[in-house]
Design a binder for this molecule. Sequence first.
Ligand code: NAD
Length: 480
Amino acid sequence: MQSRTSFYIGGDWVSPSSDTTYTMISPTTEEAIGIVPEAQNADIDRAVAAARSAFDDPTGWSTWTAEKRGEVIERFADTLQARVPEIARAISSQNGMPLQISEGFEQLFPPMLLRYYAGLATAQDPEERRSSVFGDITAVRREPIGVVAAIVPWNFPQALAFLKIAPALAAGCTIVHKPSPETTLDSYLMAEAAIEAGFPPGVLNVVQGGREVGAYLVAHPGVDKVSFTGSTAAGRSIGAVCGRLIRPVTLELGGKSAAILLDDADIAGNLESFFQATLLNNGQTCNIATRIIAPRSRYDEIVETLSSFVSALPIGDPLDPATVVGPLVSQRQFDRVEGYIAQGIAQGARLTTGGGRPHGLDRGYFIAPTIFADVDNTYTIAQEEIFGPVLSVIPYCTDDEAVRIANESPYGLGGSVWSADPERAMQVARRVQTGTIGINGYINDLHAPSGGVKSSGLGSELGPEGLSSYQQLKSIYRAP
Ligand code: NAD
């Protein structure tokens, strides 16, 4: 049982304003594994004040060259990297992510993002000179946007946090980071790494708390930009607050993406990539495709291939390196996924495998990978985000119909197209209404923007666009 008693604010560990705490529950054993303080509004006030004074310091972080900031950011990448085994275990024990993923992704991605954005900011010209229509020169400056409120969910707690922290730091912003209550232990390791890296006080602050304190942070007068990843419901309310305040906001929200299998797709030969693109992290990944749009001409064969593949996946303790499918994060998520499975059956979908707790796993929030066949795209399980290991296989006859079904969704976040002919797949991918899409696989590219359309969000992360969203443009005209 781990116990933490402070927040990382103003470059140091500080005592909470109250003695309210959270107990962290293992999704594998359902036993308590940690206890951490729960922030109150006074703690957020303190963290925002620290970030504000670090940002407003006339010789501080925001005024340094990108190169000078980059030296500290590079050290942060090193100090984080030194903690990777510890961070990966902390994540897997809290959210049920198989260690294979936390070690392979969660631990590698943050240092990579820090180094990428430090390099990108250093290479950028902070003040571009343009010829003025009045015959002189106009300076177009990229300035850091200010104090950033970064709020993330529990499913990829470190990678999602660093999609915000890395570009914001490189741009010269200061940050108040609020992790999700389900995953707080790893955020303490992040803070320890920041202390060792030697950031000036207040540049990065980490405050653990729930949705109310998150809402308080979003509306705080000392915050200049909000960067949120989480559910569409929370995103809508955060977007409304930011709209009222005319406060810049990036929203990375939910999804219900489609994997379109063209009639020449070799799924049996690509099952590993297919798993990454549809079931990664126990189905608790925002941009995976959980609607499988399959050609009628091969429908039975595809349902059979997928059902026998997922029913053989090793399921169990996420800390066991052999585990491919772990438990869901919480009792709440377990109940929610069970509820969707019941709705699928009630609406007439055909369950081919899974459908509930796997045999022999009597405790922990485990749901066996589940396939529904004969799903109509209007069914609740095809329209709403389930966030669990549940796939719906929807039949189609023509490529046009496949695209229409993919686009008949309130969301537009990820997706994939599978074909023996990548050029044909590209043509289909161009027609899907989504922020990102893969051909014969799905892996986010560091160099390309990633974001959602429709109810999946506003704005982008990753790529140079991810850096721009923490910068503000200013034009300085000079009279001739
Ligand atoms: P959630 O929206 O309940 O919570 C996310 C975070 O926001 C938590 O830290 C929470 O405490 C905080 N929060 C909740 N309501 C808030 C409010 N009104 N104001 C301020 N903060 C608030 O989401 P969740 O259940 O933790 O995560 C799962 C969701 O996240 C899924 O919908 C998933 O698709 C989405 N997600 C999206 C992406 C993406 O990049 N688009 C990535 C991962 C997860």
